[in-house]
Design a protein. Structure first.
Length: 54
């Protein structure tokens, strides 16, 4: 369930990134790095909160 939620969140972030910048742009790599970092942080936060609840 958590992984599915994370995937949906990732797809939403990708859609937002595509709206903010064109697919071909100098800042696109930076956006992908930022999105990747945010996703990693979100995954860790979800994992930790899931562990604490059990």
């Amino acid at each position: 369930m958590g992984a599915h939620l994370l995937l949906a969140y990732f797809q939403q972030l990708m859609a937002m990134a595509n709206l903010l910048l064109p697919a071909t742009g100098e800042g696109n790599n930076l956006v992908m790095i930022i999105v990747g970092v945010v996703i990693v942080i979100a995954a860790i936060a979800l994992f930790v909160s899931g562990r604490k609840k059990k």
